[in-house]
Design a protein around this ligand. Structure first.
Ligand SMILES: [Zn+2]
Length: 556
């Protein structure tokens, strides 16, 4: 259930309301019913009207992890103070918000999780007294679901994002983790790389740091998530990183817009965290009022630049480098002592003794997976088209269904090695492959689809379709059956076939002899020796390990 709340035309028309959060002195948070009631009368605009006005849209999303619900109460307070004029009285820039920006509020994304309400759902967090649960009623984490889009909640969110097309998409969380002094971290993406938006993202991040500091908060805005490089060890420091499209901010950046991840610090009391979030929302809406038009222009420039993607090198994943500098980080005194409970080291913090940690911050980020975009685009053969079509539509990726096309020059990717993940993750068995694209001629059956790369969401299409991309359909296990052998030769048949093949093919005799001489594993495995012949026999399944995504230089 999504409750888009637009507050652009309601200045002076605010209904009076008081939330459970306020009535309880900041100790409790309300239920779904409260949000539905308070938001009911607010909706004033629709996406079409907003598009016609060419105003920048900012979407504020709370409760993707419903136990981390600070954003919901802060959004309701923001809506009221914008509507009753008290925000403008405090800060003249906030007067501009309602004139310049369309706000879309999603107070609770994970509604089922929110209504799984109880007192002990967030042990690493001080308040509220009762809250919702991290995941959905299908036990799935929505902040891993952007690329694969398995859940009904995500399908609804992707439709909402597509309809409103926010230039800034804000995702409000509360982090778990160590005890330290900073109140929150703010990570904006993109902030580096070739996108025309990167400079805007970096500037927004800096501006957030300045505004939050002026408001009296300790904010982390230096592009790292406050999680130690080595689990539970403050001395290991932090590393800057970019999120892949499974995460909100990585996903929205892949769609040429600004994504912002806000992580409140769990060890601050609830009332304080909501106040921090409200100041965060004030800061980012003020920035949107001042710079939203610039962001929009840069976003549209990024869309246009994407039309030139074909043939260029695209970074699909980055990883931290080795360069680091020393960070002076406000933490607390702590000791790491052997524990008779766990048998491991126990990190014991003393919150009465603030101290500055001098710890490494890895400040280098390197391309990890780089792929040259195809000159035309991708073809998904008919049998798999229906596996991906709905998701491509949700992602706003344009494609076209083809009539039968015989003998098309394509590039195919046959996995030389396919390894399934050792454990189920987010309800899926992931797959990783090795191999490379090679030219081939194939018949495309009617109903195959063509996805051009030269489109605003071309980079997202690559992130979903390139086999080596970390959040590709392949990586999430959509194509696992391609890596299963479904027909095989009985051993006694293979023995006979091998003899016939060897008698007719001198080169094969040489290759077999060489493998026997040089490859001990091969020599010791009767199965591998028979497979050697099976793979070279006419009966071998040519589709075995063939990824059902082809690259083409032009529309077939
Ligand atoms: Zn979270």
């Amino acid at each position: 259930m999504l409750l888009p709340l637009t507050v652009t035309t309601l200045l002076g028309a605010a209904p009076s309301f008081e939330t459970t959060f306020e009535k309880s002195g900041g100790l409790r948070t309300g239920r779904l019913e409260e949000v539905a009631r308070l938001c009911h009368d607010f909706e004033a605009l629709d996406p079409e009207t907003t598009r016609a006005r060419r105003r920048p849209v900012v979407l504020l999303q709370a409760g993707i992890h419903a136990g981390e619900i600070d954003g919901k109460d802060a959004e309701l307070l923001l809506a009221r103070e914008l509507l009753d004029g008290s925000a403008a009285a405090r800060d003249p820039t906030l007067r501009l918000v309602l004139q310049k920006v369309t706000l879309v509020l999603v107070p609770i994304f994970n509604v089922d999780g929110h209504e799984r309400f109880g007192p002990r759902h967030r042990t690493n967090q001080i308040g509220p007294e009762e809250s919702g649960w991290r995941v959905t009623s299908q036990n799935l984490n929505l902040n891993r679901d952007y690329a694969k889009a398995d859940t009904p909640e995500m399908a609804a969110m992707l439709k909402l994002l597509g309809a409103w097309d926010p230039v800034l998409y804000v995702d409000l969380h509360v982090t778990d983790g160590a005890m330290f002094q900073p109140d929150l971290s703010v990570q904006v993406q993109p902030w580096l790389g070739p996108s025309p938006l990167a400079a805007k993202g970096a500037a927004l991040s800096r501006a957030m740091g300045e505004r939050l500091t002026r408001a009296g908060h300790l904010a982390l805005t230096d592009f790292f998530y406050p999680e130690f490089v080595r689990h539970d060890d403050p001395q290991s420091g932090f590393a800057i990183a970019e999120a892949t499209p499974r995460f909100s901010q990585g996903y929205w950046a892949a769609r040429n817009r600004l994504g912002m991840l806000v992580e409140n610090h769990s060890w601050k009391p609830y009332a304080k965290r909501v106040a921090v979030t409200l100041d965060t929302l004030r800061a980012l809406t003020a920035e949107a009022a001042l710079h939203g038009d610039d962001w929009l222009a840069a976003s549209l420039a990024a869309d246009r630049k994407a039309l030139k993607l074909p043939g260029t090198e695209v970074t699909l994943e980055t990883s931290p480098g080795s360069h680091a500098h020393t960070l002076s980080f406000p933490g607390y005194a702590y000791e790491r002592i052997p524990s008779e409970i766990s048998g491991a080291l126990w990190t014991r913090y003393d919150q009465s003794r603030p101290e500055i940690w001098h710890i490494p911050l890895v400040d280098e980020i390197n391309p990890k997976t780089v792929v040259r975009a195809p000159l035309g685009g991708y073809v998904i053969p008919a049998g798999y088209a229906q596996v991906v079509e709905d998701r491509l539509t949700l992602h706003g990726i344009l494609f076209k269904t083809l009539a039968e096309r015989p003998r098309v020059e394509v590039e195919t990717f046959r996995a030389t090695k396919a390894t399934s993940a050792p454990a189920v993750f987010e309800g899926r068995t992931g797959m990783s492959v090795e191999g490379q694209w090679k030219p081939e001629t194939r018949d495309l059956p009617a109903g195959s689809i063509y996805v051009p790369v030269a489109q605003p969401h071309g980079a997202l299409a690559m992130a979903l379709l390139e086999p080596l991309a970390p959040d590709s359909f392949l990586a999430w296990g959509f194509f696992n059956a391609c890596f299963e052998q479904k027909e095989s030769m009985e051993g006694y048949v293979a023995e006979q076939a091998a003899r016939e093949m060897l008698s007719q093919d001198a080169a094969l005799r040489t290759e077999f002899a060489r493998r026997l001489a040089q490859d001990e594993q091969f020599r010791e495995s009767s199965a591998a020796r028979l497979l050697f012949f099976e793979q070279r026999a006419p009966s071998w399944d040519e589709k075995m390990n063939l990824v059902p995504v082809f690259r083409v230089a032009r529309e077939p």
